[in-house]
Every structure is written in C-alpha cells, then in structure tokens.
Design a binder for this molecule. Structure first.
Ligand code: PRP
Ligand code: URA
Length: 206
C-alpha cells in the first residue's frame, strides 16, 4: 500500500473530513485530491513514441499505449472520476454499481458494464472509502473475472482491516490512499474517517 504523503493532500483531506464542509466544498476538494492522487497512481503508464511537428521543426513525443479504464464504484467513486478525467480525457469509464448492505456490511453488486476489448488496458478502481474491504475485493474479483490484468485501487481514506483484506486476496493490486486511518466503528465506518462518502457528495444526509 502506498500512502500518498504531500502537504496539499493533507490540506484538502482536512476540508473533506470537516463535518462543517458543504456539499460543494466536499466535491471540489475531493476532485483536488483526485488530481493529486493521479500522479503517483499513473506514473508507470506505458507510452509509445510518436513524431510531432512544432511550428519550427519535427521532434519526438509520446502518447499513451492504452487509455486507462476508470472504474468508479457507485455512488461514492463518482467523486473521483472527473479529477482523473481532467488529466486523461480519453480514459474509458466503466461504472460498477455496488452498495454495502446495512445489516450484513457485505457488498451487493447491482450494475456493471465492462468495456469491450479492453483487457490489456490499465484499470483504475476508484472508491474513496476502503473500510472492511468487502466492496473492493468484490470489485477486483469481478474485474479479473472479466479479464483485467493490470489493476490499481485508489482510495482516499483506508482502514487497516480493508487494506489487509485486499492485500491478502489480491496481492498483485497496488493500493493507493491519501490517509490510513485508525479503525472501524461498530457500523464498519472508518474512524476518524469522514462519514458516509456518498451522502456527503450527493447531499442525501438526513
Ligand atoms: C461505501 C463506499 C465503498 C464501501 C466501502 O459505499 O463508497 O463502496 O462503502 O466499504 P467496505 O470497504 O466496507 O466494503 P456505500 O455502501 O456507502 O454506498 P454509496 O457509495 O452508494 O453510498
Ligand atoms: N463507507 C463510507 O462512506 N464511509 C465509511 O466510513 C465506510 C464505508
């Protein structure tokens, strides 16, 4: 697991943790975190050489060999999509619908749309919260079953049980997070965390 340690990450993180932050503040600072996370997450993307004509001369350049496939876990993962797409505008977005059953805390998958002929592309699984790890493991099982080979997992806040579960079930998947928090509470919410990431982005708090 890689904890992305940068002063700007810590500053934006403080705002999204703050219970006084509004929905629009939460969304814009989450997007800023996605921008900052994209650099380490994508730093080993494969490129190929191209030639380019400047107004003065021809020179060498590069383009991505494969466009990344962004896989947001609905709903909360949606908040990381635009930040990544700002930097990789041709990335493919493959939504994965999943919610955590309130009683069992287990993920329930309700929607998927794996892109055609993309098995060789790098996959970036997006979900701000890695709590028990159940949702991430189920999503990774699904992506691998569909043929994805290169998968990175991006979370914003991770808890130790979630990291341990993903590392044991999918040791080949690199986990990137902006913070490793202390623990889970009795409802399997991350403490200190930020509360319910879906509700805070979409204003569905009671
Ligand atoms: C949240 C979050 C993750 C999951 C993490 O989703 O976005 O998908 O919980 O928990 P886990 O690691 O214990 O599986 P939630 O069920 O709240 O759905 P929502 O995004 O639609 O609100
Ligand atoms: N899902 C959330 O949105 N927050 C948590 O703390 C745990 C799971």
């Amino acid at each position: 697991m890689i904890v992305v340690n940068h002063p700007l990450v810590r500053v934006h993180m403080t705002i999204i943790r703050d219970q006084e932050s509004t929905v629009d503040q939460f969304r814009s600072h989450l997007t800023a975190l996605a921008h900052l996370m994209a650099f380490p997450v994508l730093q080993d993307l494969a490129t190929e050489s191209v030639r380019v004509h400047t107004p003065l001369a021809e020179t060498g350049g590069e383009r991505l060999l494969y466009e990344p496939v962004l896989v947001p876990i609905l709903r909360a993962g949606l908040g990381l999509v635009e930040g990544f797409r700002d930097l990789i505008p041709r990335s493919i977005v493959s939504h994965l619908g999943m919610y955590r059953d309130h009683r069992t805390k287990k993920p329930v998958r309700y929607y998927s749309n794996f892109p055609l002929n993309c098995q060789a592309h790098p996959f970036v699984l997006l979900d701000p919260m890695l709590a028990t790890g159940g949702s991430a493991v189920d999503a990774l099982d699904y992506l691998k079953q569909e043929g994805a080979q290169d998968i990175r997992l991006v979370s914003i806040i991770a808890a130790p049980p979630g990291v341990a579960l993903v590392e044991s079930r999918h040791p080949d998947v690199k986990i990137f997070t902006a913070a490793l928090d202390e623990k889970l509470d009795h409802n399997a919410y991350i403490v200190p965390g930020l509360g319910d990431a879906g509700d805070r982005q979409f204003g569905t708090l009671e």
